[in-house]
Write a protein that binds this ligand. Structure first.
Ligand code: GMT
Length: 375
């Protein structure tokens, strides 16, 4: 098949999944065309069968807001004609699905170009609920040839929020279990912690939905009993609040702000515990990456997180905002080496059993075929 993939290039999970899927499909011999405004960070290396198309928007004084949607649609039309695209797979509905619709309509007399939209979370749960976008997203989901969601929770929420007739197909996210592997790196670990200290990790875009204040509260509670360090990877609007909170709690020396990082597999591997106390999380790809590196997860019981983290088996779940419970789970786990070892190993084995790339890429391929057969 010749498949067009539309995605955001940034560090968020939707861009990671779109890029990893693009790579896997290209390695299976499909012709893959990725459309975005920058090269996605996980597609910087050459990959046979994979072409990246950068969307550049004409800079004209009249355009106060660059017409990205139109530039994207026009690039899709050009590539679809030249490279005979069979299908478009859109990651994150806004603005990608409306752009895909425009391209599909422009090509209608020449070819059929089915569109599969994958909802990732905030396109439904945050942006999608905004009155400005609600009708556009509903139209996008109703008029896509296929819709997938990354968890059962998100599929249900998409159906209920937008009153969809059909439930989206659930195809969960996956992790590259050869890249995200447990490994000891004492030299790197030494840079952050003493041998007797524990390392807690959080990675996100530091948006309010991630509840960074809860990450810091849980860490402070753990550190009072077990000397520990907190590594924070990412950047975003809550960073100033986090810096202030760390200062007020007088734990500056124990908290390492690393900013945005590309090679997070190494950072996971030197950590003892991953914290993800989000308000909402449709899946929690970072939690899965932690598990693949044999790092248990403490997260909130929200959205799709219970579909990823098994309470008591691969980590612990607590109600959103219940930092006391999260702290107690963390302390119990970090002070019991046998329990810790069992949970860490289970985290890796569950990531391998339920979320490795091959069967999930099979599920996407199968879905494409069903959509093309209907076309
Ligand atoms: O909030 C983020 O982490 C970014 C966002 C995105 O659009 O990339 O992540 C969403 O999609 C990821 C990939 O499917 C999911 O793993 C995240 O849970 C989801 N974020 C939220 O639902 C808040």
């Amino acid at each position: 098949m010749n498949i067009g993939i539309l995605c955001y290039p940034s560090y968020g999970g939707s861009g990671v999944i779109a890029s990893d899927l693009a790579r896997c499909l290209a390695r299976r011999g499909h012709g893959v065309h990725v459309f975005s405004y920058e090269t996605p960070f996980r597609l910087q290396q050459f990959e046979a069968n994979l072409v990246f198309h950068q969307i550049e928007v004409l800079d004209y004084p009249l355009f106060r807001f660059p017409p990205y949607l139109i530039a994207l649609a026009s690039k899709i039309v050009e590539v679809a004609r030249r490279d005979h695209l069979d299908l478009l797979h859109v990651h994150y509905a806004i603005p990608h699905t409306p752009a895909a619709f425009l391209a599909r309509d422009m090509l209608a007399r020449e070819r059929r170009l089915p569109i599969v939209t994958t909802t990732h979370g905030t396109d439904i749960t945050l942006v999608g609920r905004d009155p400005q976008f609600f009708e556009v997203i509903r139209f996008s989901l109703e008029n896509s040839d296929g819709v997938t969601a990354v968890s059962h929770s998100l599929a249900l929420e998409s159906k209920e929020t937008f009153g969809l007739e059909k439930m989206p197909r659930v195809i969960p996210n996956f992790v590259d279990v050869d890249e995200y592997i447990p490994h000891d790196n004492p030299a790197l670990r030494k840079l952050f912690a003493l041998p007797e200290e524990k390392i807690l990790l959080h990675i996100s875009n530091f948006r309010p939905v991630k509840r960074l204040q809860d990450v810091i509260k849980v860490f402070a509670g753990v550190n009072r009993v077990i000397p520990s360090r907190l590594i924070l990877v990412g950047d975003g609007p809550e960073k100033t609040m986090a810096l202030q909170m760390v200062q007020e709690l007088a734990i500056e020396e124990r908290v390492h702000f690393l900013g945005r990082q590309e090679n997070v597999a190494e950072i996971f591997a030197l950590s003892d515990l991953f914290l993800l106390p989000s308000e909402k999380e449709s899946f929690g790809l970072v939690a899965l990456e932690a598990m693949a590196c044999q790092v248990p997860v403490i997260a909130s019981r929200t959205g799709g997180l219970p579909e990823v983290v098994d309470h008591g088996l691969t980590g612990y779940l607590a109600p959103v905002g219940d930092t006391e419970a999260m702290t107690q789970w963390a302390l119990g786990l970090l002070s019991d080496p046998l329990l810790y070892k069992a949970m860490a190993e289970k985290a890796r084995s569950e990531a391998l059993r339920r979320f490795c790339a091959d069967p999930i890429v099979d599920a996407y391929e199968q879905y494409y075929k069903e959509i093309l057969d209907k076309a």
